[in-house]
Design a protein around this ligand. Structure first.
Ligand code: ADP
Ligand code: MG
Length: 691
């Protein structure tokens, strides 16, 4: 079997299950192996019946109970279902064990023997039972207790056991013994072999094994990423700038600058100048603009696009979400009108109807000066640009080789600008964005008041709601971020809905709406638009609003279960307020009693500086703390974290450099496997970008 074989080639996966796997992004056998656990757990300690019943049992929790089988289990039939049951006793106390469709247990469970029964507690009133428990010999159980058990991202209908079984099968079926990474590199950095790494990331023999496995896979992610970026750079260095730009004097840009209600910061101006010079340089631009949340990247992008339009060229801005794309679009339309710029602004997103899309395509073909704003749909096949000079990606999305090729095939070789709010130290930025020049907007607009922060416990909720009410009375708006629900997106949606209903009861006079990932695109857009226009006062949301959303009138950000988010993510969320002239507030509700949670949140409480926050957070974590929260969720690594794993990142960069110095195109037969791996990596990037 091949890693590209469809997942249904495995045993026990029919059409229905296959659909479920597609839901979690798993299409091939190779994919399931890359569906890494999001966490691990140890099996619960063995309890006797008495001990277990003495504990505070919750419905659905996993427990292991041991005991002697005193009698032959009872088998009865209820309709077509055979139910096998057994009472496990200790003195006067007992627990029932129940199995469905397993009548043979009657013979296999031996009277007088000790067993361990592992399963989920089911509580009905005072009756405690364990349904469908696994039956294990005590010695076997003790051995299993040393291992860590994977916890996967699930979806409704796809059980943990099924995923585990599928991963096991995939590991058995695929030949993973050929390692693309040269032995020499593995040796130099004490990296495990690929098959060992995959095996142990899913089913770690021990914590040490898990660490070794993870290190190897993180190295791979970084190594492939850096190689891809470098290859891309080489390819691009040769692209001549064929666009003719208008002189810098007497420009529309200056005109807009004069009329803006604020002055650009020095850092914004410097960045804008760098970009405008690049647009007029002999080779095309490839630049990263890095600036903390609220540093004002959008206006810089807009002005660069105005520059293009004045020179008779098209430009495009790509946003990671619909919500953000729409917001940029409305913002740009407003500015064009306000500053009397005769520039057609065109929106293009995935949720538009076929007719709307067709119209957008037609307009793109028609207007040589168009500003196009959209999601990644806009680089998909149908889009025909007439004269595209600049492509900007906002927040996080890189613009990979494949995307460029796509445009090239249509005769476009645009300048490229990537905008990111991920706070990364310059040394890391140079590694991660080695293919780009870097501008840093290291200054936030001066007039702004710093956000007032507080970390509170659950008891403070009523006061927070009252505070939100006061702010809405003043005409301001608020966000409430709901707790994360790990298990599934469906639950997350329910959770947000329930929370907003509760809040509505607390604040009956306030207009409250909710927003979550499961909503249809059009509805999401409508809600975001209503919020931006002030028709909604409080928005209860999941983290879907994390990136980029800009509603300056919002002054309160309340974050439930704040301790469960990464600090960088909290910083992004908090960045949704403090965007206007009014004083803004961030209320972080800490629902754990852990001391460390308090300490971490204190960092945010004290600072509004993204760089500082990330590095302080790193200091607080122990070296073994890699299953905690991921900081750099904004970059596209599935395991690697650029802060925690910065040593591996540097090692990978070094090796990539060495390899390319030897063999710039990875053309030698020795590097054939590496080259193939990098190409595969690039293809995967394109696929996720096009989702
Ligand atoms: P980000 O860098 O996070 O993308 P935005 O571009 O969304 O930030 O800008 C945040 C807010 O700051 C916007 O409402 C924008 O109009 C405003 N803004 C941008 N530059 C300035 C400035 N120099 N002075 C005052 N406000 C500004
Ligand atoms: Mg932004």
């Amino acid at each position: 079997m091949e890693s590209q074989s469809p997942i249904c080639a495995l045993k026990g996966i029919g059409a229905k299950t296959e659909q479920l796997f597609h839901k979690i992004g798993v299409y091939t056998i190779g994919d399931i192996l890359l569906h890494y656990p999001r966490d691990y757990e140890k099996l619960p300690p063995i309890r006797t019946v008495g001990e277990l019943l003495g504990e505070d049992l919750r419905d659905g929790m996993t427990a292991a109970v041991s005991g002697r089988v005193e009698r032959v289990p009872l088998v009865r039939n209820s309709g077509r279902t055979s139910v096998t049951s057994l009472q496990l006793r200790e003195q006067s106390q007992s627990i029932s064990l129940v199995w469905f469709h397993m009548p043979y247990l009657k013979n296999s469970l031996k009277q007088g023997e000790f067993y361990v029964f592992l399963g989920k507690i089911s509580k009905k009133g005072s009756r405690i039972s364990i349904d469908q428990p696994q039956v294990l010999a005590p010695e076997a159980y003790l051995e299993m207790q040393n291992s860590l058990w994977p916890c996967y991202a699930l979806t409704q209908g796809l059980s943990k056991n099924l995923i585990i079984k599928t991963v096991r099968q995939a590991l058995e079926q695929l030949d993973l013994s050929r390692d693309y990474l040269p032995e020499e590199i593995r040796q130099r950095h004490s990296l495990g072999e690929y098959n060992y790494a995959l095996e142990n990331i899913h089913f770690p023999e021990s914590e040490t094994a898990l660490r070794t496995a993870r290190n190897r896979l993180v190295f791979d992610e970084f190594f492939q990423f850096i190689l891809a970026a470098q290859l891309q750079k080489k390819q691009m260095e040769q692209v001549k700038n064929e666009f003719v730009f208008a002189p810098l004097t007497d420009s529309w840009v200056d005109q807009v600058l004069k009329e803006l209600p604020y002055q650009l910061t020095k850092a914004q101006l410097r960045t804008l100048t760098e970009i405008r010079q690049n647009l007029r340089a002999p080779v095309i631009m490839q630049r990263l603009v890095q600036g903390d949340v609220g540093s004002g990247k959008t206006i810089v992008a807009f002005l660069a696009m105005v520059d293009c339009a004045q020179s008779g060229c098209q430009s495009a801005l790509m946003a990671p979400t619909e919500v953000l794309a729409r917001q940029h679009y409305e913002n740009f339309c407003r500015m064009c009108e306000q500053y009397q710029l005769k520039i057609p602004v065109i929106l293009l997103t995935g949720s538009m109807t076929a007719k709307e899309k067709r119209r957008a395509y037609d307009r793109i073909a028609l207007y040589s000066k168009a500003m196009v704003v959209g999601t990644h749909a806009l680089i998909q096949e149908r889009t025909v640009f007439d004269n595209l000079a600049l492509v900007i990606t906002d927040e996080q999305h890189r613009f990979g080789v494949k995307q460029r090729e796509h445009l090239y095939q249509k005769g476009n070789k645009p300048h490229i600008l990537v905008m990111s709010a991920t706070p990364i130290p310059r040394t890391l930025a140079i590694i991660l964005y080695g293919d780009l020049d870097i501008s840093v907007i290291d200054e936030v607009p001066a007039r702004r008041l710093p956000i007032k922060n507080c970390v509170v416990n659950k008891g403070f909720r009523p006061k927070s709601y009252e505070f939100i009410r006061q702010e809405t009375d003043k005409g301001h708006q608020a966000y409430v971020i709901c707790p994360l629900v790990e298990e599934s997106e469906g639950l997350e949606a329910e959770n947000v809905i329930a929370y907003s209903e509760m809040l509505q009861r607390e604040l009956p006079q306030v207009t409250i709406s909710c927003l979550h990932g499961k909503m249809k695109g059009a509805l999401k857009n409508q809600i975001m638009e209503d919020f931006a226009a002030g028709r909604i006062q409080v928005l209860v949301s999941t983290t879907v609003i994390e990136v980029g959303v800009d509603v300056p009138n919002a002054t309160v950000m309340m974050i439930e279960d704040a301790q469960r988010f990464g600090l960088a993510q909290l910083h992004q969320l908090r960045g949704r307020v403090g965007r206007g002239d009014e004083q803004s507030y961030c209320i972080m509700v800490n629902t754990s009693d852990g001391e460390r949670a308090v300490k971490r949140l204190e960092i945010l409480n004290r600072s509004n500086d993204g760089f500082l926050i990330a590095s302080e957070d790193l200091k607080l974590r122990g070296p073994g703390d890699f299953f905690g929260l991921r900081q750099s969720g904004l970059l596209e690594f599935s395991l690697g974290d650029i802060y925690q794993d910065s040593a591996i990142l540097k090692a990978a960069a070094e090796e990539a450099k060495r390899m390319l110095a030897d063999d710039p195109g990875l053309a030698s037969p020795d590097h054939e496997a590496v080259r193939r791996q990098v190409m595969k990596y690039l293809d995967a990037c394109v696929e996720t970008a096009n989702l």
